[in-house]
Design a protein. Sequence first.
Length: 170
Amino acid sequence: MNNLALFVTHHLFLTEEQITEVVSGRTVEAVGHCVPVWVDAKTGKTTEPASEVFCSYRIHNCREKSCDVDVVPKSGYDIYIPNVSAWRPPEDLDFEKMADMTSEERQVILKDRDKWWFNNPKPPNAENLKSGYLRFEVKKTKQKAGRREYPAQHIVEIASLSRLEKSLTS
């Protein structure tokens, strides 16, 4: 039984122009870095401290493929931004009907609505980049390296370049 698993964090910073391109559905290319860490589930041993690997990324925002990470051998990664086409918000509250309810009835409705939002948050998508930050995870159960299969988890963080610049000290 194979006990190895791969965890990769990806960090990319995009210019405002690149963010506009991605949000509008186009593919952009960028340089970013990833930190791959192998974990042996049986022993708990890891390859930490892991090395940063700088590589090329193609960031896609398309309906055909969503929320995925593909390795481009000897080059980098294709990142597919999640889209929210299947997600729908709850129905709007009817405030006129609620005005006729007792306080207890309104509290029940509002509590149910809060519970719905907790269980059904709006998933991340390209629109998040307009505010300068997008984070999502991709879990893959069967990746291959030679003849070996292993599970992999990718954590993708994409932020605006201005966010990076603001974090730098002088």
